[in-house]
Design a protein around this ligand. Structure first.
Ligand SMILES: Cc1cc2nc3c(=O)[nH]c(=O)nc-3n(C[C@H](O)[C@H](O)[C@H](O)COP(=O)(O)OP(=O)(O)OC[C@H]3O[C@@H](n4cnc5c(N)ncnc54)[C@H](O)[C@@H]3O)c2cc1C
Length: 493
């Protein structure tokens, strides 16, 4: 066993762990950050944009929302199922966090709203330009994974400040003495470290890579009715460590959206089928107004109301041709406008790879058979739907009439969509100081948490109205935990 000593030990060096380490080091503290993998940044390396409210970029774009306004809207969205003081601090901190990152050399390319579509096609009338898209290293068009450039700059700054990042080192246990957290036991291969510290901050990124715990907590069977991102190593270590140290439990949820299985390998389809054609469930019935498709949260929830938690998006050849010529009707914030440009190639690739969630057939009956839908019921649905298209009015769900495309010209195409998720949220109970509390609301001195391990501010649904929220919460809560832990350490001296 090797003994080490530091002011603050941070368990994990993902997004919130980096922010916490930087904040504590900027306050003059010695910091050891334990990182299980061999890179910093965790899931944030996959992402694009953190939120900010009241930033320079927004003022320049004449978007003048204040943190208090965002806070009120957020609290109303979650029906006040979250800590109002923590949410307020999160938004108040967010503009200074964007500036703080710029100070490290991070560049932001542009502001994105959740849905880059016309007002009528926004499922929320209030999707705000809050996400600050990170400019990729060396320039170029920002896209999935561009936030890696932000992680790189944060890591360089942590190195400059002397943060000791111990890679391939797993935090295992919080050392508790007299009811206080006084360090961490960690492992690197067969080596064990006892790291004594004034304060411990837990930031291990939730349990998105722990299907057993996901099943136990939320009932999903990963690979059957859930196809969420599984960033390796997100097993819920920090949540377990905190609970073992006496922490209370906070509301847990999956950060749900929807996607086709293994979506990164069929990225064109994942975006292309989010169009307002005909969507049915496994009973062969429509279940939502299809113009809802760009809203990942609402559509994901709608899919979860259906048998086997699956929704099927169907398009006919007329739609495909129209989109190839004029571009798609609906566009979310991650898929490109060009997804119909190479449609035949995308179809050929999916067929060659034997991608089993995609279907193509010359007739609608054949399509229904291939998918396993009750053919008669499905044909009844199509007839009813096509009649509504002729009449120019969707009697059932009042879909935008601009999108009443009848299903008439083969070949017909279909894709199965399931619930997806970015990861899990919540688990460790914290107060607005990011101090960990017991179930009896008692602060555990010296123990802090930040990021997704303790993020219980979204109620039941991710608030896409304020895009970039999770990264921002990780950054802001990380900074606050680091600052508060540093003050606690000062008080001990
Ligand atoms: C594909 C994708 C795209 C996304 N895009 C966006 C976006 O554009 N905007 C947005 O706001 N959010 C986005 N998110 C969400 C956001 O990136 C994450 O919520 C955020 O990175 C979580 O930060 P965190 O610090 O809680 O965990 P992470 O950043 O995931 O870090 C957790 C770290 O803990 C380490 N770890 C785990 N256990 C231990 C242990 N026992 N000891 C030591 N280390 C340990 C892991 O190796 C990892 O480095 C996206 C997520 C995904 C998956």
């Amino acid at each position: 066993m090797e003994n080490m000593k530091t002011d603050v030990v941070v368990v994990a060096c993902g997004l919130s762990g980096l922010a916490a380490s930087l904040a504590a080091a900027e306050a003059g503290k010695s910091v050891i950050a334990l990182e299980k993998s061999n890179v910093t940044g965790g899931a944030a390396n996959m992402g694009m944009s953190p939120l900010g409210i009241g930033t320079r970029q927004q003022k320049e774009a004449n978007f003048l929302m204040t943190p208090a306004e965002a806070w009120r809207k957020h609290m109303n969205f979650i029906h006040w199922n979250g800590d109002a003081r923590l949410v307020k601090k999160h938004y108040e901190k967010s503009a200074s966090t964007i500036e703080w990152l710029e100070g490290m050399g991070v560049e932001f390319d542009h502001l994105i709203t959740a849905y880059a579509v016309g007002e009528n096609e926004r499922a929320y009338a209030t999707a705000y330009p809050t996400a600050h898209c990170v400019r990729p290293e060396g320039g170029g068009v920002p896209g999935p994974r561009c936030a890696g450039a932000m992680i790189k700059k944060m890591t360089e700054h942590a190195n400059e400040l002397g943060v000791n990042i111990m890679f391939e080192t797993t935090g295992e246990k919080v050392i508790m003495e007299d009811g206080k957290a006084v360090g961490v036991i960690a492992k690197k291969g067969s080596e064990t470290f006892e790291i004594r510290a004034d304060a411990v901050i837990i930031c291990t990124g939730g349990f998105g890579d722990n299907p057993e715990l996901i099943k136990e907590r939320f009932g999903f069977e990963w690979g059957k009715d859930l196809f969420s991102f599984r960033i390796p190593g997100m097993k819920g270590d920090g949540i377990r460590m905190a609970w073992e140290a006496g922490a209370g439990k906070s509301h847990m949820m999956m950060e749900l959206m929807y996607q086709c299985p293994d979506n990164m390998t069929v990225w064109t389809f994942d975006g292309a089928f989010r169009q307002p054609g005909l969507w049915v469930n496994m009973r062969g019935e429509r279940f939502m107004n299809e113009d809802l498709a760009p809203n990942s949260t609402f559509t994901g929830n709608a899919i979860l109301q259906q048998p086997k938690n699956v929704g099927i998006s169907i398009m006919d050849t007329k739609m495909i041709k129209k989109y190839a010529k004029r571009g798609p009707d609906l566009l979310d914030h991650v898929h490109g406008y060009d997804m119909f440009d190479n449609w035949d190639q995308a179809v050929a690739d999916a067929e060659a790879a034997g991608y089993k969630y995609f279907y193509k057939a010359d007739t609608l009956e054949e399509l229904a058979e291939k998918i396993g839908l009750p053919v008669d019921k499905f044909m009844e649905t199509v007839e009813e739907y096509n009649d509504m298209c002729d009449a120019g009015w969707d009697d059932l769900f009042e879909k935008n009439r601009a999108y009443l495309y009848p299903m008439e010209k083969g070949p017909f195409y279909a894709l199965e969509f399931y619930a997806g998720a970015y990861g899990t949220l919540g688990g460790i109970k914290v107060n607005h100081m990011l101090e960990v509390e017991t179930d009896d609301d008692q602060v555990i001195p010296g123990l802090y948490s930040a990021g997704t391990d303790c993020c219980a501010i979204y109620g039941d649904c991710y608030p896409f109205t304020f895009a970039g929220n999770t990264m921002a919460f990780c950054l802001n809560s990380g900074r606050m935990a680091g600052e508060n832990a540093a003050e606690y350490s000062d008080d001990l001296e």
